[in-house]
Design a binder for this molecule. Structure first.
Ligand SMILES: Nc1ncnc2c1ncn2[C@@H]1O[C@H](COP(=O)(O)OP(=O)(O)O)[C@@H](O)[C@H]1O
Ligand SMILES: [Mg+2]
Length: 387
């Protein structure tokens, strides 16, 4: 046994085990794997709540010094703490280090730092030497709200888009988040559908380990703020309103290593809205200006969004829409709510047919009818209006 290991086991006979603190269950990241981490559903036994347990992939361990991927956990904890007041940024519930190797941690010790991101960072070098891995316990968000999961087509050639009313609400909430972040010198940078959760009303954003902290005002920092708006327009808003990736392919997960994040949309300055001619020209124009890096600040972007939203029946202080638009928007919103309820009901009906179809002992006649219904409802869901 090495001197370090002996010293630890001797000094810490009452070490908490991972199993005492968390019950680790299934992977919840399989539809959109990250570069840094595996993410698992877990129960915090102390708080009796579910968490999303984000733990360093074992392949990023090793070396004499912690690699960037290792350090990214303390970095993310730090940024999540700085933005803890934001209603959109995912909550950090706990952070620390686990002893277990393997992609899904099992057994071994755990050292938890709660939400003390500074202590978590200060302990990094010591735990790295011991070969322990960093983890973040995050508020778990439902997969069904993940924008990539929602918009990913089931068939080639199929495309979905978010209704303009909801997309505007999402864009405004995202812009407000960037405003708060930019004020603190934080640029998000890692814009992609996989990192966005949307329930029709409230936006949630995950994964800040590729985000950066910048200091002071310079050409560089201004360029990064512009890039943040650019990447929001290119990486999220364009896809959300057209169902296409900005690279003009079908939607697929985007690479996420440190070199890839900032290079991903670098060359894209023009967006093709030809597939979605019904999209409001003013909205197309705004997203295009963002993509062309012609929008310098989030305030300018919010101003642009509000002007577009006013055309869609929204009111803002000092900028009121006319009563006809206001009334039409109220109808539109009520209709969207009904559509969402309708879709939920369709899914529930499909699940009932599907459950019945897999029962043993039913006749071939009943089986065939249930399968026909499952297929027909799936086709209805495939032409749904809302993702
Ligand atoms: N708080 C969360 N709730 C639910 N799922 C999550 C949560 N955080 C991450 N995930 C899932 O895990 C995947 C990878 O997480 P992410 O934070 O992007 O890791 P990485 O830093 O490796 O890119 C996400 O795409 C998402 O599917
Ligand atoms: Mg990610």
């Amino acid at each position: 046994m090495s001197a370090v290991k002996r010293a630890i086991s001797a000094a810490d006979p009452t070490m908490t085990t991972l199993d005492q603190r968390y019950r680790i269950a299934n992977y919840i990241d399989t539809f959109a794997l990250g570069h840094y981490a595996r993410v698992l559903d877990a129960t915090d036994r102390k708080a009796s709540t579910h968490v999303a347990f984000k733990v360093l992939r074992p392949e990023h361990l090793g070396g004499d010094q912690p690699r960037w991927e290792y350090q990214a956990f303390a970095h993310e904890a730090d940024l999540l703490t700085a933005l803890a007041d934001s209603p959109t940024v995912v909550r950090l519930l706990d952070c620390g280090y686990v002893e277990a190797g393997g992609e899904a941690p099992s057994g071994g010790g755990i050292e938890s730092f709660g939400t003390d991101a500074a202590a978590f960072r200060a302990a990094q070098a010591g735990f790295f030497k011991r070969g322990w891995r960093p983890y973040l316990a995050l508020e778990p968000l439902p997969r069904a709200h993940n924008l990539f999961y929602l918009m990913r087509p089931d068939r080639a050639g199929l495309r979905w888009r978010v209704p303009t009313e909801e997309g505007l609400a999402l864009a405004l909430q995202f812009a407000e988040t960037l405003k708060m972040a930019h004020r603190q010198g934080i640029v998000y940078l890692d814009h992609k559908l996989e990192h966005v959760y949307w329930d029709g009303v409230q936006l949630r954003i995950i994964d800040l380990n590729s985000s950066r902290r910048v200091e002071g005002k310079s050409r560089d920092t201004e360029g990064l703020f512009r890039q943040d708006i650019h990447s929001l327009c290119v990486g999220i808003l364009y896809s959300m309103f057209t169902g296409l990736s900005p690279q003009k392919t079908a939607l697929r997960p985007q690479p996420g290593s440190v070199t890839e994040v900032e290079a991903r949309y670098q060359a894209i300055t023009a967006l093709d809205f030809g597939v979605e001619p019904s999209l409001s020209p003013a909205l197309q124009d705004l997203i295009q200006r963002g993509a062309a890096r012609q929008i310098d600040t989030v305030d300018d972007f919010i101003d642009g969004l509000q002007k577009v939203a006013a055309l869609h029946g929204w009111d803002f202080p000092g900028q009121y829409t006319n009563p006809h638009n206001r009334d039409a928007r109220a109808h539109l919103r009520a209709g969207l709510t009904k559509l969402r309820k309708g879709q939920d009901a369709l899914r529930e009906a499909r699940d009932l047919f599907r459950e019945a179809a897999i029962q043993d002992g039913i006749t071939d006649d009943l089986d065939a009818e249930l399968r026909r219904l499952v297929k027909a409802v799936n086709e209805m869901l495939n032409t749904r209006v809302i993702p």
